[in-house]
Design a protein around this ligand. Structure first.
Ligand code: ADP
Ligand code: X15
Length: 408
């Protein structure tokens, strides 16, 4: 049983709040999209209004990436969004960080530096071992409690996610609570239940498809995006060199055999694209699967009109639809149609749940609104949909280890 902010006596309490504000970064090295910050405003405002002393912990990017930057611009934007001063300190767990946390007053907030600037935070640990890292051992002594609101990172077993709740009383923030409520009760949603699996995370999508079909959770699995292309090849369709090379280069060639096995086991529940869109003379050009491979070997970049009509008919009768991954290369206006139409049709379904970082930004860009729930997580949402435990959630559930009585 996970405790929430309702169970925390906030006034005067120093709380380490782990959020996920891992965001697109512009060429100037600062925040380029504040959607993930907005998601945490409720949790942070509540803690500040209730007189908490708030130290924000978060990662940004991965070592070596262009988006591996400081959280200074995140702190500035957070202050604007909260309408409340937010300090930033370029330290995470050493003496400077501890001092900035120790001197917080009631209703004060400080953002500590990118947790992944410290190498241990980019490693995965068992919770007990994570509790012995420099980050947790350094910072925990100045914290009274830990709140995890970082659902989007909850599939990682990193120190800031699993170490703190092993040594401090841990609570789910409002984002975490809402995500667990919705994604943790998929089996109670109205039937028939349709899963739409698009995008480029082929291996994760096949895991989800296997799991939900084996458990009888899905009545239909509709495939699109790169996932759909892999299933077409598994079904014996020759998509042409460009699509095949792309799948090979992305390291998904072995997934074709897994997709074929899944079609053997559960093919009657899996819908494959009936046509695809390619780029020809700078325009969108649609081809039925019988007309493949394309005569100029162009890549399949979207699902076509006939597939959309077929998928829309299935969605008309659905009680619940769960979608992950765009239907095509939505970043190119020639190939945004599949995503716009398919996700648009999904908003008419009684219960519509969307997961995926790129998917959420695609929907914002395309102006598609009206879902029952848009998850803040990509990998974490997928992992939950397979009913696999999320390490950060398990660590909250398990709670801190009881202190052993001191030896006489
Ligand atoms: N047919 C396709 N060929 C190549 N890339 C595709 C195709 N369909 C979708 N994509 C790409 O998939 C990416 C998003 O997939 P993914 O990372 O799995 O989504 P999410 O972050 O929502 O889980 C986008 O960059 C999009 O361009
Ligand atoms: O953006 C995230 O996950 P997502 O790409 O699955 O949405 C999280 O911040 C986790 O980041 P990571 O995949 O670098 O550990």
């Amino acid at each position: 049983m996970i405790e929430t902010l309702d169970d925390l006596d906030v006034e005067g309490t120093t709380v380490g709040v782990r959020v996920d504000v891992n965001s697109p970064i512009g060429d100037d090295g600062t925040l380029a999209d504040d959607a993930r910050l907005r998601a945490h405003v409720d949790t942070l405002s509540e803690l500040l209004e209730r007189g908490g002393r708030v130290a924000v912990l978060a990662h940004q990017g991965r070592p070596g990436g262009d988006d591996f930057v400081s959280l200074e611009s995140h702190a500035e934007r957070l202050s604007e969004l909260l309408g409340h001063p937010v300090d930033y300190v370029d330290a995470t767990f050493g003496a400077t960080a501890r001092e900035s946390v120790r001197t917080l007053g009631n209703g004060d907030c400080v953002v500590l530096e990118n947790t992944r600037f410290y190498s241990e935070e980019y490693m995965e640990f068992e919770p007990d071992r994570a509790a012995e890292t420099h980050l947790v051992e350094g910072l925990a002594p100045v914290l009274d409690a830990y709140v995890n609101d970082a659902f989007a990172a909850a599939h990682r077993s990193q120190p800031s996610l699993v170490g703190f709740p092993t040594v401090l009383p841990g609570y789910a923030g409002r984002v975490m609570e809402a995500e667990l409520d919705v994604l943790g009760s998929i089996e109670e949603t109205p039937e028939p239940r349709v899963y739409v699996l698009g995008g480029a995370k082929v291996s994760d999508s096949i895991d989800v498809a296997w799991s939900v079909l084996e458990k009888g959770l899905a009545d239909h699995v509709l495939t699109a995006g790169v996932v759909g292309n892999v299933f077409l090849i598994a079904d014996g369709v020759d998509l042409g060199d460009a699509s095949s090379d792309f799948i090979y280069d992305q390291g998904y060639w072995d997934e074709i055999d897994r997709a074929a096995d899944l079609l053997d086991a559960h093919g009657e529940h899996i819908a494959l694209p009936r046509d695809v869109a390619v780029e020809r003379d700078g325009d969108r050009h649609e081809l039925g699967v019988n007309a493949l491979p394309p005569e100029n070997e162009e890549a399949a970049m979207d699902i076509g009109e006939s597939t959309l009509a077929y998928y829309e008919r299935i969605l008309e009768d659905a009680g619940t639809v769960i979608l992950n991954g765009p239907a095509g290369v939505f970043e190119d206006e020639n190939f945004e149609t599949g995503t716009r139409r398919l996700y648009g049709a999904a908003t008419d379904v009684d219960t519509s749940i969307v997961g995926g970082g790129d998917t959420a930004s695609a929907l914002r860009r395309l102006g598609v609104e009206g879902f029952s729930h848009v998850s803040t997580g990509g990998g974490a949402a997928l992992r939950m949909l397979t009913a696999e435990p999320l390490p950060a959630v398990t660590a909250l559930e398990d709670g801190p280890k009881q202190q052993q009585p001191a030896d006489d």
